[in-house]
Design a protein around this ligand. Structure first.
Ligand code: ZN
Length: 278
């Protein structure tokens, strides 16, 4: 029952995320004007604007001019519903759910704006950094590395101060280390393409404020590794991918969603296996 409610909310929010994905890279308002068909300009009727369902009923075509509707719309709606349900399964229904649901939705927007328009709008990442810092006062951010270091100077961090400090260091480490990884990508790519943009740095600042240092590092590792493997695989399959500019932010965004949902488990497993934590 709760699952079903969350799915419905996910579809409705996903529908709004679609508007953000289509308009924010063009610096357009997400409130006005109302949605219209990009080919014939006819405003979308309210009953043709039902998430997922309308796409199926209209069989992916505009009711007026039969122009095909992008498959990205139903995909984003379904994906948002899935991410929200997984977040609920992981964190239950509480403040943590709200925090990580917001994080997941910000990431979905960024994954698709980078994929479709090679943009990571500062409105989205800026809002994310602000929300991440704000929510770190209420929901604890992983601050273990910082607490561990501070203890060696006889400084004992705890409570909200420790959590906020965890968010800030997460952001600094994410943004800082990102330069190193981005530079490596740049060199591997033969210095022909600029893989590093300020948008990517903003994205990692945002991820850092939500996840803290350990999971931010995991995001960079998984995003870079996954991106490299996919790019190498695609290059091996077809030569037309050689000139393709891979959206780094998309890989980082997917990795951050993974880290948010299952990263702690993977991290604990690694810490125990490596003997760092008993
Ligand atoms: Zn049309």
């Amino acid at each position: 029952m709760i699952d079903l409610t969350i799915v419905l909310f996910g579809l409705v929010f996903g529908s709004f995320l679609n508007v953000c994905i289509a308009r924010l890279p063009q610096h357009q308002s997400v409130v006005r004007p109302r949605s219209q068909c990009p080919r014939c300009g006819h405003p979308i009727r309210w009953y043709d604007n039902v998430p997922l369902l309308s796409y199926l009923i209209l069989r992916g075509h505009c009711r007026d001019c039969r122009a095909p509707i992008s498959r990205v719309y139903p995909l984003v709606e379904a994906l948002t519903a899935v991410v929200l349900v997984l977040t609920f399964r992981q964190y239950g229904l509480g403040p943590e759910f709200i925090k990580y649901a917001l994080f997941g939705m910000l990431l979905i927007v960024l994954v698709f704006t980078d994929l479709l328009a090679r943009r990571l709008p500062h409105v989205v990442t800026g809002l994310g950094i602000f929300l991440g810092l704000l929510l770190s006062f209420i929901i604890p951010v992983d601050d273990r590395p910082l607490v561990w270091i501070a203890r060696h100077w006889d400084v004992y961090l705890e409570g909200a101060a420790s959590s906020v400090a965890g968010a800030i260091t997460g952001a600094l480490v994410g943004g800082g280390l990102f330069y190193v990884v981005g530079e490596a990508f740049y060199r591997l790519g033969g210095r022909q393409k600029e893989y590093l943009g300020f948008g990517d740095v903003m994205l990692m600042l945002m991820v850092g404020t939500f996840l803290g240092v350990p999971l931010t590092l995991m995001t960079i590792l998984l995003g870079s590794l996954g991106g490299t493997l996919i790019a190498l695989g695609a290059n091996a399959l077809s030569s037309r991918f050689r000139k393709y500019a891979w959206p780094y932010g998309t890989f980082l965004g997917v990795a951050a969603i993974y880290a948010c949902l299952w990263g702690s488990r993977l991290l604990d497993l690694y810490l125990r296996w490596s003997g760092i934590a008993g």
